[in-house]
Write a new protein. Structure first.
Length: 166
């Protein structure tokens, strides 16, 4: 019997709707969360142009998370690649809330300069590969979902459990 193939890849170009917020789990995993908006336009039957915005929640981990916080700000244009992650959050009343996020694997800064005009001047370590070419930022850090246990909470957000991270 052959293995079936599947693909979970998202590619978006959009503007940041909120600044990245950095958190760290008790286990030391660094997480940045932020949002982008993408727009689409079309002509309706009467010939009038219509436009619609879609809003996307993004999360980045470890070195890529740190880079996002350093260089990104509201309104900036970015290209991101990642994968869809769905999670279920149970609120205090026991109601389930569903949320779809994009776990980032790569990011291209499409604005000419980073936040505050400083761009990115980061250092590397032995667990991370980084390059910058005309706004391209790539960080591939060693990360395993197994490193976060169900008991893990995010510093400053005790109601968030590890299953909320993925």
């Amino acid at each position: 019997m052959s293995k079936s193939r599947s693909l979970n890849k998202v590619m978006l170009i959009g503007n940041l709707t909120r600044d990245p917020v950095l958190r760290e789990t008790a286990g030391g995993v660094v997480i940045a969360s932020f949002g982008i908006a993408t727009n689409t336009s079309w002509k309706d039957k009467s010939g009038e142009y219509k436009e619609k915005a879609e809003y996307h929640n993004l999360v980045a981990f470890n070195k890529l998370a740190e880079i996002c916080v350093q260089v990104l700000a509201v309104g900036m244009l970015v290209y991101v690649e990642g994968e869809l992650r769905n999670k279920v959050i149970v609120d205090q009343e026991g109601r389930k809330q569903y949320r779809t996020e994009i776990k980032l694997n790569d990011m291209f800064l499409l604005d000419s300069k980073g936040k505050k005009g400083i761009g990115f001047e980061g250092a590397t370590n032995e667990n991370t590969t980084e390059t910058r070419e005309e706004g391209h930022i790539e960080a591939e850090a060693e990360y395993s979902e197994d490193a976060v246990t169900p008991e893990t909470t995010v510093a400053g957000d005790e109601d968030l459990k590890s299953e909320d991270l993925f």
